[in-house]
Design a protein around this ligand. Sequence first.
Ligand code: ADP
Ligand code: MG
Length: 825
Amino acid sequence: RLLNLTLTSRVGSPMCGIPYHASKLYIARLLRLGKKIAVCEQIGLPGGKGLTERRVTEIITPGTAVEEEYLEQGTHNFLAALTVTGKTPRTAALAYIDVSTGDFLATSWEAANMAEDFSRELGRANPRELLLPESLKNDGAIREVLDAWPGLSVSWHPDWLFSPEIGAKKMASLFRTANLRSFALTGESPEVCPAGFLLDYLSKNTNSSLPHVTGITVYHHRDYLLIDEASRRNLEIQTNIRDGSRAFTLLETLDHTKTPLGKRLLRNWLAFPLTDVDKINARQDAVRGFTNSNRRRDSVRDLLGGICDLERLAGRIAMERVHPKDLQALRHSLESWKEARKILADINPVSLGTDFKAGEEIITLIGEAILDDPSTSLTEGNIIRVGWSEKLDRLHRLKNNSSEILAAYIQEERQKTGIQTLKLRQNRMIGYYIEVSKGKIPRVPDHFALRRTLVNADCYSTRRLGEIESELNSAEEQIIDEERRLFVEVREKIKAHLHFLFAAAYEIAHTDVTTTLAHVAVLHSYTCPLVDQSGTFRITAGRHPVVERHLPPGEFVPNDMSFEGGKTLALITGPNMAGKSTYLRQNALITVMAQIGSFVPAAEAHLGVVDRIFCRVGASDNIARGESTFLVEMTETALILRSATPRSLVIMDEVGRGTSTEDGLSIAWAVCEHLLEALTCKTLFATHYHELTRLSHNNLHLLCLEVLEQDGTVVFLKKIHPGASANSYGIHVARLAGIPDSVITRARDLLARFQTLAGDPDPGTVPDAPQSAPVGLSIAKPGLPGLFNEEELVLDEILSFKPEAMTPLEALQKITRWHRDLSGL
Ligand code: ADP
Ligand code: MG
């Protein structure tokens, strides 16, 4: 069903077929669906008695695949493992490896916020396959995270396989080190358990000793800008919210890379934005180096365009899965890189660490040994160039002489027998044979052995003919064997330079990403931000990098943002479609861009590094996970209130929308107060609760996005101003949108009434004392059905009498009646 194949059956067992030669296509599709594939092949030669022997020859899983056809270009193909060890506090460790490139990473954390930390790291790694110990099967937090990753192939394994002792030993022997100290690990490090098991699983599934996996990078999540999983999604950094693709994402805007290596590195930079100012500045310097000369940058980028996925190719060399055509691709790539290096040496000599001697050797070796357009298989010959091996050339000569030798022999027989019409023929069943027409049969000599009789002729073989034939066949076989042997020899010579190849791949990837960021900066007029340790946040004429790309040139309205004079919370109001969400995100995205070392879409920016970015968006549905929207909203808000620091940047877009107005407003209000007083993190808070602008606090900064009415249509100016927006704009917009006049009039009445009730005689201005409860809309009994209408009746009733004209008894009677009516409702 997954492959859209028609199911048939044989002896009651279901089965379906695909063409053998197309198997890779089908396997690739299954892998993309997160499935594992067991390949079972015939071992024995067919034709014997009974069933031919069959055996499982390979198990391909999403995380262990290495063939080019099975991998997505430009993204890592990680296999991950997770363990949780110790009693409270428990420690979780995650390790992940891309066997196609040799990248191997691990991290650990105290498992207090298991779901949050796990989903964040999973989001960074984005693995294809995850291995877990069986004991975690019933862990609620882990289940919750896994449910949110439907495409992930998950399998459970006995706990003892994740043993730290075996893990440490496996790693040390693979890395050829006495211990793991150079990787910041000891035998007790929690990372050792999942990392060791990954190696175990890989060696079983790939049949390779993994010589290209030469180390592991252990990181702590606090070493990088932290963006929790929900925020990462909300900011649409690598995937969009709508369909999870990369359309309309920051990645798409920045990704003008020329190589798969660069694509992967750019993704990696976006997954791990820096917090170290020196490292950020170093990246900026490299990018700046390429912004000055468009011509040189373009030449380098053109040359990069001719470079294949050198890293994965080196991985296949290491795992002995490379084919002859790959080697030509390697040669062309190294030649392009050699040219690019010449230009780079002029621009920025320090960026080139590796010396290129090994590269020259490899280029020469492949150029001399391998045909320009060789086979992709090792079993068909057509690999090695003439002149590379004397023995091979001799075999070729032998084979090429075939017609001459045969022709000479046949001529000889013609003369000896006097049968001038005697012919040499060949077919698949009996190989070469001599054909004699019926009339000449009496002249056939004794050493001709009859093989077959036809209508007009007989077919014969001779010993000499057989000899020549087997010489020819063996020459052919020997050529194939010899070519394979010579190819392996060449491959092993290149394998000795694995270290060089990976180092070159690293430089190419960095050059690609750096030139790409320079290219994008020039293309879209970005500027280099000043990034430092100060707490400054000042962006002049900032733009949203993605939204501006999808608007006609010049239509995006730039806006400033700064937290100055001790302000920490900017409260942004404005009607729907005013541009609030865009403004909020552009400031967060500019921060992310600055911290990966990129230039930013602004006229000027000065940013102190941020330790975490939170981006909470109200009312995002998560029905698939069976949680109410509001619960999700609150869970994510709770995370912010628990973990934001004064160095964090918090984006809150319409928080409190998922519940009733009174509830939502009260929560939004209290959250704002907490952010202002307890956390003092930099916060951008967009809200449609106009009432919130009555909050007064020294650190509060009121901003609004106004709209104008022009010739009867709404004009969204998209320009940010200090102050609060007039709150009647909702009705205004509703009128312009064509809501009937009667409804508009009624809405205005109601609004005025609510504002009177709330003690706000002058809508649109900002009163300064927010001490009391924010609004007094509701006196209705909570939970009344049809809340709004019932509430209105009650309000009308209260407003319709004059308390000063009543006796106490009348008042009591009224209350009693209300009580009776309300309980009857
Ligand atoms: P809100 O959150 O206030 O409802 P959005 O941020 O979703 O508004 O923006 C509404 C629309 O206006 C979006 O489609 C966006 O493309 C456009 N927009 C937003 N900000 C700008 C801007 N600064 N310049 C031009 N268009 C903008
Ligand atoms: Mg919005």
